[in-house]
Design a protein around this ligand. Structure first.
Ligand SMILES: Cc1cc2nc3c(=O)[nH]c(=O)nc-3n(C[C@H](O)[C@H](O)[C@H](O)COP(=O)(O)OP(=O)(O)OC[C@H]3O[C@@H](n4cnc5c(N)ncnc54)[C@H](O)[C@@H]3O)c2cc1C
Length: 377
């Protein structure tokens, strides 16, 4: 039986492991950098029907319904006065068994871990070298070496595997934006609320039936090289509070009082597609391509990508990169366009943007092309 090394126990790595566990066609081992996975984290994630469909293949429909939510709409609101601009009906893309879903990321990870035997995940693993010989010889920082037939890099946006393979070219680039993440209790709306402001947007959505909500804001911010590489800056309370105060002052909600457990991180995106020379090495999830987070597709695409890769491994075919590049281009252009449209600051442009939004949000053909193509394919 051929052996697969999966680097990273995130969404894509764990989903692939679930498929391999079901398929029994390959043996595998997951190498995770951290010493454990945090199953108490309270931040949320949105999953569209394309990934729910795949998750249901491994039993996601059995997850406790109190831990998930099915928002029916995205409400677009003007941040400065909370007035509704328009809404998009998400339920039009649902079917009986697959619905747009929101939940805590940690609940998704907990679910993905359920069917993976503990001994198949090796924590505290840091890959330092790959030798492409007869087999792939992997070396780890603790001096352990092991040979595999395939290597799957599922180690996220800062993929070390990609850096080993492509050196500097494997690094992502700063997207001139910062993310603020937090939690809100008892928000009044159980759909997805998307607030648009000048050079920022924020989204509030429920993550369970317990009146807990996720807050995520993307704020445009130019930083100099030194600031970007200074990870302490993003943990600095003054820096975080100033950012929150900035968006709070331009919004109608009392965000600095409402949002709790706030965390801040810089947004990095991929520079270009990279395909390893070895046909036995695969990049998946954010390690393959990381998008701007304005289309909420990163996790769903990580799940789709893992499924495409599994199909190639199972059928001994070579469609993976072709399929992924095509889909990634579609998502990337939509994410970049959303980011631009959400952050418009000139009042005249805002006026016209809102007219377009009102029109497009009810235009069936546009929605089918813009969202349906991604959600239902
Ligand atoms: C602000 C923000 C909001 C988002 N919201 C959404 C959303 O609502 N919906 C959505 O679909 N997507 C969302 N995304 C994107 C989504 O979170 C990612 O696309 C997704 O988590 C990628 O999954 P992954 O498995 O590729 O990587 P990850 O989930 O990041 O997992 C990578 C794993 O690899 C491990 N690792 C890292 N380096 C190493 C190493 N050297 N060796 C071993 N292990 C390593 C990490 O510890 C981690 O466990 C958002 C992203 C951001 C930035």
């Amino acid at each position: 039986m051929k052996k697969i090394a999966i680097i990273g126990a995130g969404i894509s790595g764990l989903f692939l492991a679930n498929l391999l566990e079901q398929g029994k066609s390959h043996s595998y081992k997951i190498f995770e950098k951290k010493n454990s996975l945090d199953l108490n984290e309270r931040y949320g994630i949105q999953l569209s029907v394309n990934s729910i469909n795949l998750l249901n293949e491994i039993g996601f429909q059995k997850i406790n319904v109190s831990n998930i939510c099915f928002p029916k709409k995205v409400n677009f609101l003007d941040a400065k006065n909370s007035k509704k601009i328009c809404d998009i009906d998400l339920s039009q893309f649902n079917n009986q068994s697959n619905r747009y879903t929101t939940l805590k990321r940690s609940k998704l990870i907990e679910f993905l871990l359920e069917n993976i035997p503990k001994e198949k995940i090796v924590y505290n693993s840091d890959l330092v070298d790959i030798k492409d010989q007869d087999k792939l010889a992997l070396s780890f920082r603790d001096k352990k070496n092991e040979e595999f037939d395939y290597l799957v890099a599922a180690d996220g946006v800062y993929s070390k595997t990609k850096q080993i393979l492509f050196k500097k070219d494997g690094l992502p680039k700063y997207f001139n934006s910062i993310a603020l993440r937090g939690n809100i209790e008892n928000f009044e709306n159980f759909d997805i609320s998307l607030y648009l402001g000048p050079n920022f947007h924020f989204v509030i959505y429920p993550i369970n039936q317990n009146k807990e909500f996720n807050f995520i804001s993307i704020v445009r911010k130019e930083l100099i090289e030194e600031e970007i590489s200074n990870r302490n800056l993003f943990k600095d309370n003054t820096f975080i509070n100033n950012l929150l105060k900035h968006i709070s002052s331009k919004s109608h909600l009392n965000l600095d009082k409402k949002v709790k457990e706030i965390k801040c991180f810089p947004i990095f995106v991929s520079k270009k597609f990279q395909i390893p020379k070895s046909k036995n090495i695969f990049l998946t999830g954010d390690a393959f391509y990381s998008f701007p987070p304005s289309f909420a597709q990163g996790a769903s695409q990580s799940i789709e990508g893992a499924k495409d890769l599994f199909n190639d491994l199972k059928n001994n075919s070579t469609n993976y990169y072709k399929k992924r590049i095509l889909k990634t281009k579609q998502i990337n252009s939509r994410s970049s366009f959303n980011h631009f449209a959400f952050h418009i600051s000139n009042p005249l442009n805002v006026f016209f943007r809102n007219i377009f939004l009102k029109h497009l949000s009810k235009n069936k053909r546009f929605l089918e092309n813009y969202l349906g193509k991604i959600y239902n394919n």
